[in-house]
Each structure stands twice: as C-alpha cells, then as structure tokens.
Write a protein that binds this ligand. Structure first.
Ligand code: ACO
Length: 327
C-alpha cells in the first residue's frame, strides 16, 4: 500500500459575522454631509453601511462573531487556545479587546492579544495564527476583525466619512493533519511600507496629549498604490504555490472600494462571479472586511468545501498582504 504523507495545517473550521442593526443608506449620509448617492456609488460602489449603537463596541461585536464561529465549529470555549483581534478601534488601550472577548466567551484557557495593522489586520492575524498552529503552540486560534470606524470618522470631511462602516467577522482555525490537496492555509504573505504612513492614518491615540482622533486619508494616493501592491501580493501567493489565477475559485478581497476590487480582479483575469463583493452593503469595515466578505460568501453557498480562496487586503501603514486558503 502506498505510504500517505500527511501535513500539519491550519484548517478553517468555523466562521461568524456580526453587523450592527442600524443601517445608513447613502441618502441618510446625504442628510448629514454634502454628498449624493450618485457620487458615492459611482466612485466607490457603496450603497449603505452599518453604524454601531453605543453598546456595540469592538469587543461586543467581536465576541458575537467569535461565538458564532466557535458554535459552527462545535468547539467549546474552554478548549480554545488563543484569540487574536485585529482592530484599530479597540474599546480601551488595555486590556486588549481579545482579553475582553476571552472573558465574554468564557474561553478560560485561551491567551489573547490585539494586532494593529489597519485594514490588513485580519490577514496579519491569519499569518500569526498559522505560525502558532504549525509550531504546535496551540491547537485552535480564533482570529477576529472588529471595527467601529463610525467613532473615528470626521463628519466634516465628506471624502472619507462616506466610505466606512462598522462590523465584525471571525474565523476559527484548528490544527489538522491533512493530505497535500486537503484543506487549510497554504501560505500567507505580509508586507509594509512605513514611508507611506502619511497617506492614511488616524491623527491621535492614547499616547498623544490633547490630540483629536480622526481618520485622515489622501484617497487618490492610496488608490494609486492599492491595485499594484495588491496584485503583487496576490502574484507572490500564486507563485509560491505554483498556481495560476485559473486555479482560484474565489477572490475574497478587502472591501474598500469597488474600483480597487475590480482592478485586482481584472489584473488576475478573474470573471465577476469569482470575486466576492460586499462593499455595496457593508462599506469599508477595515480589519472586519475580509472575514465579513468570507462569511457572506459561505452563507450564500458561493464558497464551498474544497474550493481554493485567495484573500487580500491593504490598509494604513501602508500594510498589505495575501492568504491562500483551501476550504
Ligand atoms: N460627495 C460629493 N462630492 C465629493 C465627496 C462626496 N462624498 N467627496 C469629495 N467630493 C468632491 C471633491 O470635493 C472634489 O470636488 P472638486 O472637483 O469640485 O474639487 C471631487 O469630488 C473629487 O474629489 P477627490 O477627492 O479627488 O475624489 P476622487 O475621485 O479621488 O475619489 C475616493 C475619492 C473615492 C476616496 C478615491 O480617491 C478612492 O477611492 N481612493 C481609494 C481610497 C480607498 O479605497 N481607501 C481605502 C483603502 S485603505 C483602507 O481600507 C483604509
């Protein structure tokens, strides 16, 4: 009998999402700032966004999304090994949002920490979790992206305040021994260029005295870099795995802007039915955007077991990255 080689991989066993109840359409935004549905749809593809109520913090929403992912996987909270939360809008400077979520879930044995990489935070989180799982440090990691950008938007700046929304998405990764063609994370690629830090940032934090705390973006500059950098991250992922775009069943991109999503899809030659788009419904939810898009593709039956998914994101830093995941 032929000997079968098994590989240790981080396999996605559960996924969860949480979106605040309150929805603001572009028409609602036009009542607050000088804008229009036509302008927003034409430049970004966004039609509506969810805004959090006061009790819907990053920890609250992240715990809900995390709980749903754990329930789907059938993993008891006390069996969880670690929690990584990607967020730029934590409830507090410390304790970490991840530790608040640990308490909310009753995941007594899990350790946890927050990760700050803006919109790329979830891809960074996948990469860190993958390394921890393959090294054998833990056997399960909950990776959560949770954001309340409505609390850092400058409603005097119509160019940025119409682009973002709130929400949380979570995936549970667990160690499994699988065949080469089996499920799991195949690779992650991370990048950063701090010389571009001033084109997208938040102008304050708890370490700064008497500073406002608003998101600032030079949209044209971000746009100029986004498609090429993301295409590079995607090509590196394909090259490392000796794959071509034809092997990708679904592209799950960061949901910042329809034109950036279409630009990357076009560079890869992927038809629209193989690209997940949720920016119309969620707007840009930063670190929550990729897991929310993935959760929506799974819920709609578009993402199925056995399929090869390519995830990518770019955000403040600049930071960006890609992940290849077989469901
Ligand atoms: N409604 C109506 N008019 C507006 C609005 C608005 N909300 N915002 C700006 N305008 C006007 C401007 O005042 C300007 O008018 P003018 O020509 O009379 O001066 C005109 O529209 C064009 O403004 P620009 O800022 O040059 O608009 P641009 O065409 O660059 O589009 C946008 C702006 C949509 C932000 C674009 O630059 C973009 O998509 N950038 C990428 C940003 C992005 O997606 N970032 C997220 C990635 S990173 C992350 O996720 C954090």
């Amino acid at each position: 009998m032929a000997e079968q080689f098994l590989l240790k991989r981080a396999v996605l066993t559960g996924i969860g999402a949480y979106l605040p109840e309150q929805i603001l359409t572009n028409e609602d935004m036009a009542k607050r700032v000088d804008t229009s549905d036509d302008w927003i749809v034409e430049r970004t593809g966004i039609r509506q966004r969810h805004f959090a109520a006061p009790h819907e913090t990053a920890a609250y929403m992240g715990a809900e999304a995390g709980r749903r992912a754990m329930e789907q996987a059938g993993l008891k909270p006390e069996a969880l090994g670690a929690i990584i939360v990607a967020t730029s809008t934590p409830d507090q400077a410390f304790p970490a949002t991840a530790v608040r979520i640990q308490a909310a879930l009753g995941a007594k044995k899990a350790f946890g920490f927050d990760l700050s990489a803006a919109c790329s935070g979830f891809i960074y989180g996948l990469s860190v979790a993958d390394a921890m799982l393959r090294a054998g440090q833990v056997r399960s990691v909950l990776i959560i992206g949770s954001e309340v950008y409505s609390r850092i938007l400058n409603f005097e700046d119509r160019t940025t305040c119409v682009l973002f929304g709130d929400g949380a998405g979570a995936v549970l990764l667990e160690t499994r021994e699988v065949e080469k063609a089996g499920p799991g994370l195949l690779s992650t690629h991370l990048y950063a260029d701090g010389t571009l830090g001033d084109i997208l940032y938040v102008d304050g934090a708890t370490g700064q005295k008497d500073k406002p705390c608003h998101l600032v973006m030079h949209g044209r500059e971000v746009f100029r870099h986004a498609v090429n950098l993301l295409a590079g991250a995607v090509n590196d992922a394909l090259a490392e795995n000796s794959l071509t775009p034809a092997d990708i069943d679904l592209l799950v991109p960061h949901q910042a802007n329809r034109r950036i999503i279409d630009g990357v899809g076009k560079k890869l030659g992927l038809p629209a039915e193989r690209v997940v788009v949720t920016v119309d419904k969620h707007a840009n939810t930063s670190a929550a955007s990729v897991p929310l898009a993935l959760a929506s593709a799974v819920a709609e039956g578009r993402a199925k077991p056995g399929q090869l998914l390519l995830l990518e994101a770019l955000g403040g830093g600049l930071t960006w990255g890609s992940a290849l995941l077989r469901l």
